[in-house]
Every structure is written in structure tokens, then in C-alpha cells.
Design a protein around this ligand. Structure first.
Ligand SMILES: NC(=O)c1ccc[n+]([C@@H]2O[C@H](COP(=O)([O-])OP(=O)(O)OC[C@H]3O[C@@H](n4cnc5c(N)ncnc54)[C@H](OP(=O)(O)O)[C@@H]3O)[C@@H](O)[C@H]2O)c1
Length: 238
């Protein structure tokens, strides 16, 4: 699967939201697997683990700038990447709020921030950059098992759950609009992982999780259609 990029022998991935946490670890895992990786950070003034990875990568990782909630950032990013063909576009960036707050007590500003960051902005990114993706490439986003309506038997994390369910719905609409395509679309449910967002009580480490997640993504390359998958590659019920 040739890519037009810095190293034409390697497939190319764009990981959006790769400064730290799962996105950074996915960038590192893809580099280890021989990919050329473009990762985005939203803050241009702070050095992040992605910058360290890029420095160590011998040109295998490059860093771009994108705050997914700033639509004006998308055209310059597209312009920078015009000559790259992406085999994988994955939007990892996401956020949460105070997870104990029941939905009726959530401040409107918190609701808007989580919904925009987790549902609207990832789809804006995908729609703005999808023409850079190979006709047989993979477009994905980091969803969550919390986005499954079927599996919600406990409540809690209500805005977060709603935002990931909305992301799933928007991705399904996007994929359905492209029903003739040979591309793959993946919504990942990574499991509860110890990151800044996941918190210290999560059962899984980043180190044990990310090879599984990247393996699931890459196993779907070349298989057209939309899948909502967990860390084992099993389908999550909508
Ligand atoms: N950890 C879990 O248990 C878990 C479970 C299910 C799903 N997820 C999902 O996995 C994804 C990554 O989460 P994580 O656990 O790795 O969390 P994290 O360590 O808090 O990292 C969040 C990442 O998203 C980026 N981000 C947030 N808002 C952004 C924005 N407006 N524009 C650009 N980047 C933005 C952050 O960038 P900055 O460094 O600039 O803040 C950071 O790179 C999220 O979508 C999350 O919902 C996580």
C-alpha cells in the first residue's frame, strides 16, 4: 500500500491527539511496526512526549498542530499534509467532565464542551481530512465502551457516555454516506486504561493496551465497512 510521504516505503498514519496518553502510545507503537507517523498536538508552546518520540524517531514521526475544537486549524493542517497520502487517519483526542454528575445537574458549558470535543470535532476533523486518506485506507476514532447504549446498565459518566454514543452515530452516518467505498471505518472501545482521563483505578495499563488496540486497527485494514470494536477485536453492541 504505497504512500506519498517522507518515506515512500512505509505506510503513513495520522494520529490526532497524540501529545500524551493513548494517542502518544499509539504513535510509538505504529512507529515500532514500521509506520511513518504524523501526530498532532494542540498546544504549540508546550513540549510533549510526542516531541520526544519525534526526536528519537529518525524522521519516522512528525508533529503537527491541531486543536480539534478550532475549525480554523483544519485548513492549514490540510495544506501542510497535501502531499502525504494517509493509510490510516485516527482521531484519538477526547475529554470528560465530572463523571459523578447526573445529566440534569450538568452545567450547560460542561455539556457543550464534552459533546463538541468528543462528538462534533472528531467528525469535523475526519470530514476535513478524509480526502488525504487512501481509497483503501482506514478512518477511525476513539470511542468507548461507555458509548454503547445496549451495554449501559449502570448509568454514571452520563455526558461522556452520551458524547461517545453521539460520536458512534455520526461515524455511522459518515460511513453510510460512503457505502460504495473500499475504506475501513473503525470505532474503538479501548477498555478502562490508566491515563489522565482514565484515572488511577483503571484496571489496564497503557503499555499492555496499546499493542492490542493497534493490532485490532491494523487487522481491519483492507476490510471495507464500519466496525465498533473492543480491545480484543470483538464487536461492541451499539
Ligand atoms: N483511558 C481510558 O480509560 C479510556 C477509555 C475509553 C475511551 N478513552 C478515549 O481515549 C482517548 C484518549 O484518552 P486518554 O485516556 O489517552 O486521555 P488523556 O491522557 O487525557 O489524553 C487526551 C488526549 O486528547 C487530547 N485532546 C483533548 N482535547 C483536545 C482538543 N480540543 N484538541 C486536540 N487534542 C485534544 C489531549 O491533548 P492535550 O495534551 O493538549 O491535553 C491528549 O492528547 C479519548 O478519546 C478518550 O475518551 C479512554
Amino acid at each position: 500500500m504505497p504512500s506519498t510521504g517522507a518515506d515512500q516505503d512505509r505506510p503513513t498514519a495520522l494520529i490526532v491527539g497524540a501529545s500524551r496518553g493513548l494517542g502518544h502510545a499509539m504513535a510509538a507503537e505504529l512507529l515500532d511496526r514500521g509506520w511513518s507517523v504524523i501526530g498532532t498536538v494542540r498546544d504549540t508552546t508546550t513540549r510533549t512526549p510526542l516531541h520526544d518520540l519525534a526526536d528519537r524517531s529518525g524522521g519516522g514521526v512528525s508533529v503537527e498542530h491541531l486543536d480539534i475544537n478550532e475549525p480554523d486549524h483544519l485548513a492549514p493542517l490540510h495544506e501542510h499534509l497535501t502531499h502525504r497520502q494517509l493509510d490510516l487517519l485516527f482521531v484519538n483526542a477526547g475529554t470528560t467532565n465530572n463523571e459523578q454528575t447526573p445529566i440534569g445537574a450538568v452545567p450547560t458549558s460542561d455539556f457543550a464542551h464534552v459533546m463538541i470535543t468528543n462528538a462534533l470535532s472528531p467528525m469535523r476533523v475526519i470530514e476535513a481530512l478524509e480526502d488525504l486518506v487512501s481509497p483503501t485506507g482506514l478512518i477511525g476514532a476513539m470511542s468507548s465502551g461507555q458509548g454503547s447504549i445496549t451495554n449501559n446498565t449502570t448509568g454514571g459518566r452520563e455526558v461522556y457516555r452520551g458524547s461517545k454514543a453521539a460520536l458512534n452515530m455520526f461515524m455511522r452516518s459518515f460511513a453510510t454516506r460512503q457505502s460504495e467505498t473500499q475504506r475501513t471505518f473503525v470505532l474503538l472501545a479501548p477498555g478502562w486504561i490508566r491515563t489522565a482521563l482514565g484515572g488511577p483505578d483503571a484496571p489496564f495499563t497503557v503499555e499492555e493496551s496499546v499493542p492490542l488496540l493497534v493490532g485490532v486497527l491494523l487487522s481491519k485494514l483492507g476490510i471495507p465497512g464500519l466496525a465498533y470494536l473492543d480491545r480484543s477485536g470483538q464487536t461492541v453492541p451499539w
